[in-house]
Design a protein around this ligand. Structure first.
Ligand code: AGP
Length: 610
């Protein structure tokens, strides 16, 4: 969703802001803008569409100045347009904002009744007027004015504010939406995430909800909304700037697919004790006695993270012998789920900011459950809310379609199953060793699969004209079928549906004809015979079959037009591997159609609204 960047220091602000916004593009946006302070005045430039258009507008008029804020907007209140693009200005105040101000209708009415004329349909413009009004009413400085404005606002937001009267100062605040501060020697930056700032500094301050910070060149002062001084130490980030670059790949998505062996290795590193047949993960924050008492694991997630969670259910039940429920966080919030203090609630999220997952976790925490975050982004909202954190270590994921974070989540969740299995007496050290050994071998099998990319590309050329594709799998392969279908629809805009193969006869079989490609995941595992029967049913109706099969399974040649080969591995680790050719397939179909795979239409990387 929206992206924020701010800069105050000795350098020219505009190029730094545009570069930072470019690094936030992946979050999704429809318009962009900057406000620059040249020491005397604030100048604002806003454009509809991609950052290229903003860049062209900035090329036409030089905007000198060492202080500025920039924004990419993903429309919520008011359609995408130049007038609704940020920054919004009132008097000498410019504001950029990410999130939603829930009481905007009441505030807008109050301001309108007081004589304010609005220039946009956004909730953000309200903030600019509230800050301007506070300054006119005698607030001592911009920090005090922002604090007064925030006291009136309800909802989730991150904001950055400039005032014409203070040519070195940016005031930022967060409540529920992400915002980080980057500290340089003699300069200070702000951004919606680490990736926007990494090329300038790796020393970051993570604000807490309710914090208001005054940024000056090289200086940061943090207060609460009510004005109490608070200390927020800076943390050194171990993500390197090159991790957030394309590094020779045509797209981030392709780069991230190829980074999966390392993402999985990094997630396992230091957590596996093969000799003892155990997992070291004190950060889960569970007392061993509590771990043995857990009655149920309740996993909450959205999208791809939900699919990883569905895989984890198989592992938690079969390895740790713990009853497991997996729910879409957005649906849980429509019910009154009966969380208890005996539940281990696991929130799975790449961004750690997904609004619904965060909201569902809050409810679980209030009910007394132990909340564990399996997230990729350090210090993200879900990580902070949780009692324990099992970080995936996939590095920054820029492509909107999640790939390496999915497999890193699977690696972390597999570790969790073994960890709980050992503590609950459900798993002997020998069995645990076998699981962990298989997991350690996953990265090298991933390399093998990535080596077949050219063949996957040739299959993609056959699939590209299809308007609709069905993905089938049973057992552990079913969530991977869901994920394969999600990847295809996200980036290729073809309709794709993942289905449990056993359900095909209960409906989807009606769709099958010569124009309907069916991707069937049928490795030689416990589901093989039944899945092959489904495959035969598809062939009998002239369906086009792409099979994912265990290398050497020649019997499938008669049933499938195309076979994507899988290595022979223990069945439990298959989801970490079967997904790789499906990601490649989606990528190649989308690029063949000429789509922008890194920023597919309408999608945002971090979904901070309901
Ligand atoms: C994945 O390809 C999607 N872009 C999307 O489904 C995503 O997984 C979902 O929005 C959840 O995000 P999170 O993992 O950051 O919580």
């Amino acid at each position: 969703m929206c992206g924020i960047v701010g800069y105050t220091g000795p350098r020219q602000a505009a190029p730094i802001l545009v570069d930072g916004l470019r690094r936030l593009e992946y979050r999704g946006y429809d318009s962009a803008g900057v406000a620059i302070h040249d020491g005397k005045c604030l100048e604002v430039v806003r454009t509809l569409g991609k950052l290229r258009v903003l860049g062209e507008a900035l090329d036409k008029r030089t905007l000198p100045g060492n202080l500025g804020v920039g924004h990419t907007r993903w429309a919520t209140h008011g359609r995408p347009s130049e007038e609704n693009a940020h920054p919004h200005v009132a008097g000498g105040v410019a504001v950029v904002h990410n999130g939603i101000i829930e009481n905007h209708t009441a505030l807008r009415k109050e301001l309108t009744d007081g004589g304010v004329r609005f220039a946009s349909d956004t909730d953000t413009e309200i903030v600019a007027h509230l800050v301007d009004r506070a300054l006119r009413a005698g607030a001592t400085d911009l920090v005090a004015a922002v604090q007064r404005a925030l006291a009136r606002m309800e909802g989730a937001y991150a904001i950055a504010v400039l005032s014409q009267a203070e040519p070195e100062v940016i005031v930022v605040a967060r409540q529920g939406s992400p915002l980080v501060i980057g500290r340089g020697e003699d300069e200070t930056l702000a951004g919606s995430d680490i990736a926007a700032l990494l090329s300038h500094t790796r020393d970051m301050i993570f604000l807490e909800d309710g914090d208001v910070a005054e940024l000056r060149p090289g200086k940061v002062r943090v207060e609460t909304v009510s004005g109490a001084r608070v200390e927020r130490p800076s943390k050194h980030i171990d993500w390197s700037p090159v991790m957030a670059e394309r590094g020779g790949y045509r797209h981030f998505m392709l780069k991230e697919i190829h980074e999966q062996p390392e993402a999985v290795s990094a997630t396992l590193r230091g957590r596996i004790d093969l000799d003892a047949g155990d997992v070291h993960a004190a950060e889960i924050g569970l007392d061993p006695a509590v771990a043995s008492r857990i009655r149920r694991v309740y996993i909450l997630a959205c999208g791809t993270s939900y699919h990883a969670s569905l895989v984890a259910r198989y592992w938690l039940e079969s390895i740790a012998k713990v009853p497991t429920v997996v729910e879409l966080a957005s649906e849980v919030r429509c019910r009154e789920p009966l969380f208890t203090a005996d539940d281990l609630v696991v929130a799975v999220s790449q961004s750690g900011e997904t609004f619904d997952t965060l909201g569902a976790c809050k409810a679980a925490k209030e009910a007394g459950a132990h909340v564990l975050a399996v997230v990729n982004v350090l210090d993200s909202a879900i990580a902070r809310l949780a009692h324990g954190q099992l970080y995936t270590r996939a590095g920054p994921e820029i492509g909107v379609a999640s790939t390496k974070c999915f497999t890193a989540q699977l690696a972390a969740l597999y570790l969790l199953a073994v960890y709980l299995g050992r503590r609950r007496g459900a798993l002997t050290p020998e069995r645990a060793q076998a699981h962990l050994q298989a997991l350690c071998e996953v990265p090298s099998h991933m390399h093998e699969l990535l080596g077949d990319a050219d063949y996957v590309r040739s299959v993609a050329t056959k699939l590209a004209p299809a308007r609709s594709v069905l993905y089938l799998g049973r057992g552990l392969n079913y969530p991977v079928a869901l994920e394969g279908a999600l990847k295809l629809k996200e980036v290729s805009y073809a309709h794709a549906e993942g289905y449990a193969a056993g359900e095909m006869k209960h409906g989807p079989i009606a769709l099958i004809d010569a124009d309907m490609p069916v991707v069937v995941i049928c490795p030689r595992d416990g589901t093989y015979d039944k899945t092959v029967s489904n495959l035969q049913e598809v062939r009998a109706r002239d369906g086009q079959v792409v099979a994912l099969a265990t290398r050497g399974d020649e019997s499938l040649h008669d049933l499938a037009q195309h076979i994507l080969w899988l290595p022979e591995v223990p069945a439990a680790v298959l989801p970490l591997l079967t997904v790789v050719p499906l990601q490649l397939l989606a990528y190649f179909v989308a690029t063949r159609k000429g789509h922008d795979v890194d920023q597919p239409r309408n999608l945002a990387k971090t979904v901070t609204v309901e």
